[in-house]
Design a protein around this ligand. Sequence first.
Ligand code: PLA
Length: 476
Amino acid sequence: MRQQFTSLEAHGFESPTTQSAFSSSISSSSATDRRLKALARHLVDASPVMDSHSQNPNDTVSPSPTSSAFHADSVFAHIVRAPEDPILGVTVAYNKDPSPVKLNLGVGAYRTEEGKPLVLNVVRQAEQQLVNDRSRVKEYLPIVGLAEYNKLSAKLILGADSPAIQENRVTTVQCLSGTGSLRVGGEFLARHYHQLTIYIPLPTWGNHPKVFTLAGLSVKTYRYYDPATRGLDFQGLLEDLGSAPSGAIVLLHACAHNPTGVDPTIQQWEQIRQLMRSKALLPFFDSAYQGFASGSLDADAQPVRMFVADGGECLVAQSYAKNMGLYGERVGALSIVCKSADVASRVESQLKLVIRPMYSSPPIHGASIVATILKDRNLYTEWTIELKAMADRIISMRQQLFDALRARGTPGDWSHIIKQIGMFTFTGLNSEQVAFMTRQYHVYMTSDGRISMAGLSSRTVPHLADAIHAAVTSFA
Ligand code: PLA
């Protein structure tokens, strides 16, 4: 299988040469060595976009505390400027733009029809309850987080009637949102699992390769998206997973694949499951959008539940950033489904050794909000209604953008906008067209052509459609 790294490179990941040279040079080293080497390479690779400390021959200003001469003997003088993050850097650029028509469709953050961030009503209610409860204190949580939250989170993703939960063979630890859950899971696997290769879809969320490389795993890709059909490359996926070494870890997006918005059908998931189990590939689900794909928490958890129902083992990283709008609270969970309660409890004891030196224990506030909502029947029901409303608004944005492009007679088939699932549309626009849209129309999005539909509103759809139309007709 040929590895394809182009899109990973676009996300600031390493080139194929450095990747393979790196992989072979570290194949025999320990997990700690791997991590240190990965870190070293990561830092060296950061391309020097612009060295602010470089000597400028035209600089006529005399040395001052901010001039280069003054800094020449800094112990950090050799440090090169790192590039901005490919996703979060879009917001940095957006914030600097004074244009009144600017539009941020980079990061996947939900906005209302008025273009404002949304705090869910249920979250406000839960916070009020927490504030009113004078018995609540701010003591440290245990290393694994809030016990009640962990139980409820496992139930949410695996289902209330999950045999794995009833048999006590799931260990769940509260982590720092989805990213932290992936990182803790990655580090645990690097220390204790016999296969150090993780296969991630091509393309995938730009942070995946970085998280897993720094956790000490070797990252490889499997084919996922076919630009020609703008759909799933199912054959390619089966071939690549079919030729992966037995026991390899496979990262799967539970639903609403980022950035493509393309998910396997349930029948395809079943085939993936059979193939993976027959080769003992270890599933690591990233569930960052439960409820955002279909509007139903249960429907979106279906792929994960299929893998748990067969009695096999898997890992699941959950995030409440999007589905509860708790982005900045950093609330997530890592669950590891094991074969027995005994194994699960030993796994948990080792997870604690991963977490303690990393951040000791997780924060209390966000997890308390989630637990308050999940355990209260009324709040829970209200949450599902608010969640469905967010999912529906995103779906209506898809239709409106599609209609607007149709109305403009924009060349091309834009039906993928209404077919794709979740927060993002993978438009197919190239980096040149994206740069043009940002320059001329102040539309901010990632250079791979992904737009966050959740950042769009009825008011801004015409502006985006104008920008896309101009980009497509100017750069065929
Ligand atoms: N996994 C996937 C697939 C994601 O898309 C994201 C977030 C995460 C995990 C991590 O989210 P969390 O740590 O906040 O829970 N992706 C966003 C934001 C929404 C980002 O890049 O950090 C995105 O715009 O792609």
